[in-house]
Design a protein around this ligand. Sequence first.
Ligand SMILES: [Zn+2]
Length: 365
Amino acid sequence: MRPVLKPALSRAWRDSETLQFGTVHRDARVVEQAGPAFCSFLGLLDGGRERPELLDAGERLGLGRETTGELLDSLEKAGLLDDEAATREALARYPQPHRDLLGPDLASLSLVHPEPGAAPAVLSARAAARVEVRGAGRVGTAVAAVLAAGGVGAVTVVDGGRVTPGDCSPAGLPPTEVGRLRATAARTAVQRATGRGPAAPQRRAPAGAHAAPPSLVVLAPRDGSGAFAGGAVGARRLMRAGVPHLYVGVLEHLGVVGPLVLPGASACGGCLALTRSDEDAAWPRLLAQLADDGPGRPRTPACDSALATAVAGLAALHVQLYLDGTRPPSMDGWCEVSAVDGLARRLRLTGHPDCGCLWQPAALR
Ligand SMILES: [Zn+2]
């Protein structure tokens, strides 16, 4: 390990000998009696030295070998140190210019996962993850681009047809893509997010190359009612295959993120659909009339650009949390963001008794 003082942390003096690391009060760390020798020693924590070299250096600065060791331990315990060797190894998984673009993302991870080497390990796991986004509308393409930018190693977008003006958004497909194949335009957006040029023609993957299921599927139908309703057709197959998936979309003035479904372990889209039917018995009949090209569909579906961007960002954040090993609030629940008041709310979703997705064989109870 090559200890480095986390580049994400600010350093400011509270008074002449009290040094504060970090700005957000709740998480800030304070070092008292920070004298000149201590400050000189901090300057050596740049990731260029291993612990034995640092102990020698501390001795030369007059701190004493034992005190230097205790100092390193307490800085580590306070979450102020990272491992430069692990950081370099994680970033080496990405080609330039993506590697440089990831600096602030890794800096953020180092605050969320405080142990030395933990943030690089989380980033490495993201690099190995594969996420499939279904739907290249205002929300779907933005989710895909943000996930790719954040370091998810493989992000694919699945959709048919050609880009319409209604699919475009500042975080997803630019208006210059109108008329292009949605799948190609979305791939270009994903590549642009990682600093690469326009999409090269897609190489046909060798048979079986993607035989392994994706780490997670984002269900972001261009028609937001598909996400709002829950039990989408494709979701049943994902349930059977045990593939985690997240619903996201905008319907009228409401943006929805969730549920994020771990098949068999958290409430699913079917549970959501049944819950909506409990609240409104006519809901399934209404929904059937909204299906593709139904007569009742709005001529111009509402989708506020800011709302779509907020929802896409929230969805990408929840996917990252899940991939990083944290339980996002869209599990056993969903989040709604409203264009009426700008508020975000979290609603609880419990497994519906008629769904059966959380039933377990008696032997496993
Ligand atoms: Zn269910």
